[in-house]
Design a protein around this ligand. Sequence first.
Ligand SMILES: Nc1ncnc2c1ncn2[C@@H]1O[C@H](COP(=O)(O)OP(=O)(O)OP(=O)(O)O)[C@@H](O)[C@H]1O
Ligand SMILES: [Mg+2]
Length: 241
Amino acid sequence: MSGQVLTVAGLVAGYVPQVDILNGVAITVAKDEIVTVVGPNGAGKSTLLKALVGLVTPKSGRIALEDKDIAGLAPSTIVRQGLGYVPQRENVFETMPVEENLEIGLKPRRDLPLRLRLEAMYALFPRLRERRRQMAGSLSGGERQMLAMARALMPQPKVLLLDEPTAGLAPRFVDLMFEQVATINRSGVTILMVEQNATRALAMSHRGYVLDLGRNAYEGEGPALARDPKVADLYLGGLHG
Ligand SMILES: Nc1ncnc2c1ncn2[C@@H]1O[C@H](COP(=O)(O)OP(=O)(O)OP(=O)(O)O)[C@@H](O)[C@H]1O
Ligand SMILES: [Mg+2]
């Protein structure tokens, strides 16, 4: 299908040769979409994002960014080609100031003007401008997540991959984080996120996928999936919690 920014088909991947964690996953993300992947703990959601960005080497299957095959390329090459990635954990350099974290984020795209990229990030996240000299390790959970997203956005990715952007945040910051994700999307960045807050994440997404045991289980429009009791009962522990 044309218009897809990201196409994943028949993706098989794992951490050791004998064990496949992803058993043939297929997803697509169209330009300007927010697509959310949900599923039980251990379903392979984080592994999927790691495989997309080259941190886990695919054993078979296809990963295409626009019309370029990126499966098996080095992470730095994949990032340069336009995939941004915010890991679930350890996503900032704690002993460096906020602005230095952002500067390092630009490394894959030294051709872009640092000043302009910093300004774009501070416009998106005014909080980070106020705290640009502060050590990343001293930020609040929400601010830190903003920094991690801004860092990944510095090289102007075509698609931003977010692994549980609301994990560990106090409930009142969860809505704020989802608003930030929507704002980033409106600024012209296509988003593929993995989330435990399944109902809220799906409700704000154009489309969603449910993964189970490394396979596609369900897919559909975000709000419809969020309301689907079959999905909730089978796969989304805590959906109604
Ligand atoms: N570095 C690793 N080495 C070996 N196995 C791993 C590694 N990371 C994850 N796994 C295994 O891969 C499977 C899928 O893990 P993954 O982190 O992708 O799940 P997840 O869907 O993101 O779960 P969660 O909702 O808990 O974040 C699990 O069985 C996990 O134990
Ligand atoms: Mg995970």
